[in-house]
Design a protein around this ligand. Structure first.
Ligand code: ARG
Length: 433
């Protein structure tokens, strides 16, 4: 028989329809490792508080270590699964583990342990993409291409500079996962159902034994706070938003019209109908998954916003968006990393496009301004003489490479600057690993 965690006051069994609606085992078994970990720490803490004898503690710890990760089964949730297995292994003694604990502080703790891991994983994955982009930036520090504003050719930049713009976004993303983890580093275990635990537990010591910095300070907040989860979804949404913008750029760079770059075969897909096609499905999926993650975040906030204190069952629905998001990050971002690493550039075509007269018009105006003419006037002169741009370019000795080299103040696209910035980014990446 599967052990139920409640039911004493009920005369009849829960209906199958209720079970289908209410059970969460089908998805929350992803928290199995964290649930066992939390239970081990709780067993030690209540033994310390005099609830378990040494033998009882040993029996519980020995059994928790032997529980197999869940396959399918008829359980309400992962907590019922762990407890049922504990009963199978040691009998009635299993029933002491839940003393002074509630599934409310238990699941909040499980989730925070899981979130710390998910953030750690995101940090690794994001750093790997940043490293690949910085490596490419170093290689292509002097490779010109047109830069765009309003999707119109604006001024030349280098491909390396473009790569480093995304490195900057990813650096901020990384720090968002780090600071979310710092704020989330408080352990809810010992909050009980809502009011705290009646046992004499050293909650800070318990928190530290689970790797948290400290215990959370209010039990009502402890069982209902899902800020860490919301911050994880926001950090993920913004990171995927960045990645989606990068994908959008690359879809254009690899388009038949721009043709600055070609996708590696291993990261492109074909058409069942049109033999010539080499499609950027990976990049399109990046845009699509970013959209979905933003939906997970808004859905999550909507779930929280009407909840009275403390625990409400709505909170059971907090998990799937988190699980899905972690899987998306783990699948999508490494694929993009491979795509960026394998992208082949048509440097001649990029240089030709970047060096067209129209793109260096701004430098002609700059050259006129350097003779002492107010820039507004210089701008006006060039824009009235666009038909003669060629001769103006010659007259003022403006060249593509000269123009790039001049953007040499901090943060600019001069190859020298890009090299320096790429090296700094690579150093930062290797310092962290
Ligand atoms: N499966 C539940 C959840 O995910 C566990 C907590 C249940 N607590 C309760 N009071 N029914 O939120």
């Amino acid at each position: 028989m599967t052990q139920k965690l409640w039911g004493g006051r009920f005369v009849s069994e829960p209906s199958q329809v209720l079970r289908r609606l209410n059970d969460s085992f089908a998805f929350d078994r992803e928290l199995f490792d964290e649930d066992v970990e939390g239970s081990i720490a709780w067993a030690r803490a209540i033994a310390e508080a005099g609830v378990l004898s040494d033998d009882e503690l040993d029996a519980i710890l020995g059994a928790l270590a032997r529980i197999e990760p869940p396959a399918d089964g008829d359980y309400e949730d992962v907590h019922s699964y762990v407890e049922a297995k504990l009963y199978e292994l040691i009998g009635a003694g299993a029933g002491k583990l839940h003393t002074g604990r509630s599934r409310n502080d238990q699941v909040a703790t499980d989730l925070k342990l899981w979130l710390k891991r998910a953030c750690g994983e995101a940090i690794e994955i994001v750093s790997a993409l940043a490293t690949t982009l910085a490596t490419r930036a170093l290689e292509e520090a002097a490779t010109p291409m047109p830069g765009y504003t309003h999707s119109k050719q604006a001024e030349p930049v280098t491909f390396g500079h473009w790569c480093l713009a995304y490195v900057e976004m990813l650096r901020r993303d990384r720090s968002r996962f780090v600071s979310a983890t710092e704020r989330g580093d408080e352990c809810p275990l010992g909050s009980g159902a809502l009011a705290g635990t009646p046992l004499a537990i050293d909650r800070d010591a318990l928190a530290r034994s689970l790797g948290f910095a400290r215990a959370n300070a209010n039990s009502l907040d402890g069982v209902s706070d899902r800020d860490f989860a919301a911050e994880y979804l926001f950090a993920s949404s913004l990171m995927l938003t960045h990645v989606s913008r990068m994908a959008e750029d690359l879809i254009f760079f690899t388009s038949d019209e721009a043709s600055y770059a070609e996708l590696p075969d291993a990261m492109a897909t074909g058409s069942s109908r049109m033999p010539q096609k080499k499609n950027p499905d990976v990049l399109e999926l990046a845009r699509g998954y970013a959209a979905r993650c933003i939906g997970e975040l808004t859905g999550f906030l909507a779930l929280l916003k009407g909840l009275p204190l403390a625990y409400d069952k709505d909170l059971q629905l907090d998990k799937e968006p988190l699980f899905r998001t972690r899987r998306v990050i783990a699948t999508l971002v490494p694929a993009l990393r491979e795509l960026v690493a394998g992208l082949s550039l048509d440097r001649d075509r990029m240089r030709a496009a970047a060096g067209s007269e129209a793109l260096i018009a701004t430098a002609v105006a700059d050259a006129l301004a350097a003779t002492g003419m107010p820039f507004r006037e210089a701008h006006d002169q060039v824009s009235r003489n666009l038909a003669n741009l060629g001769s103006l370019v010659k007259e003022h000795g403006v060249t593509l490479d000269g123009m790039l080299a001049k953007k040499n103040a901090f943060g600019g696209t001069a190859p020298e600057r890009v090299k320096e910035a790429a090296n700094a980014a690579l150093l930062e990446c290797s310092d962290r690993s």
